[in-house]
Structure formats: structure tokens, C-alpha cells
Ligand binder design. Structure first.
Ligand code: HEC
Length: 128
């Protein structure tokens, strides 16, 4: 009996936990963001890289907070627009999306995947 209950719990977790791609589609993130290129917002790949570089171990937490509470002024190139707050997302959803964004950092173009991409940003006052 215990095994059956456990199985049901695991199965419902699999069925109801949305994938990062679903969450990003369903919440309209792609209206402004793309994974590897700039639209009206920074690419997820670049966001992943920037936060890994500047926030280190806090990268995931910072990304989760920015999605939940919104963000403005971090990316000078996008200073005319802002990231809206998505307070509707559960901590689990935020966690899933943040993992996904961090995993995209290797897809950023022109930086060999990782490394010095943050230097230019820092010079432009990115790391206030
Ligand atoms: C209306 C356009 C728009 C939508 C919709 C949008 N974003 Fe953004 N997002 C932005 C802009 C603009 C920035 C840059 C903000 C800044 O400079 O601080 C940004 C920044 C971010 C950042 C970087 C925050 C940081 O601290 O480095 C993350 C992560 C992010 N968005 C995730 C998402 C996710 C996930 C969704 C969907 C749930 C989403 N965005 C929907 C415009 C948008």
C-alpha cells in the first residue's frame, strides 16, 4: 500500500510540475525575451551568464527574485523598458525557470560559452 501511495505522489509530481519551457511560453516571457538573442529584453543566455559571473552562488536566488518582483536598470541597453513582476509564479515555478535560465548561459553567442563576457558590462556600470 505504501508503495502505491508513493508511486501516486511521484506520478502527480511528474504530471503537474510544468517544464521551464511551458512556464516561459504560458507566461508570455517570449514576448520580450529569446533564449540566445536580444529582443526587447536581454537573452536568457546572457542573463544566465551575467548572474553567474556577478552573483556567483546567489545567481539563482537573484534570478528568482527578479522574476517575482520585476527588475529595472540592471541592463543599461534595456534601460527604456522594465521587467514586469510575476508574483503569480510559485517558488517551485521560479526555481524551475531559474535553473533553465542558468543552463542557457553556455548558449550565448560570441563568448565561447563562458568567460569574459561580463567585462564590457562592468565598464558600462553594470555592477552597481
Ligand atoms: C514586457 C517585457 C518582458 C516580459 C514579458 C518579461 N521580461 Fe524579463 N526582462 C525584461 C527586461 C526589459 C529586462 C531587463 C531589466 C533590467 O534591466 O533590470 C528583463 C530581465 C529579466 C531577467 C534578468 C533579471 C536579473 O536580475 O538579471 C530575468 C531572469 C527575466 N527577465 C526573466 C523573465 C521571465 C522568466 C519572464 C516570464 C515569466 C519574463 N522575464 C518576462 C522584459 C520582460
Amino acid at each position: 500500500m505504501k508503495k502505491i501511495v508513493l508511486f501516486a505522489v511521484v506520478l502527480s509530481g511528474v504530471l503537474f510540475a510544468q517544464s521551464a519551457q511551458d512556464l516561459i511560453n504560458d507566461n508570455g516571457c517570449l514576448a520580450c525575451h529569446a533564449v540566445a538573442s536580444r529582443k526587447s529584453a536581454p537573452a536568457f543566455a546572457g542573463i544566465g551568464m551575467r548572474n553567474k559571473r556577478f552573483e556567483g552562488a546567489n545567481a539563482k536566488e537573484v534570478i528568482m527574485q527578479s522574476i517575482k518582483n520585476g527588475s529595472k536598470g540592471k541592463y543599461p541597453r534595456f534601460s527604456n523598458s522594465a521587467m514586469p513582476a510575476f508574483g503569480n509564479l510559485s517558488p517551485q515555478d521560479l526555481n524551475t525557470i531559474a535553473d533553465y535560465i542558468l543552463a542557457q548561459s553556455s548558449k550565448a553567442k560570441g563568448h565561447g560559452g563562458q568567460g569574459n563576457c561580463g567585462n564590457g558590462m562592468r565598464k558600462k556600470g553594470m555592477n552597481r
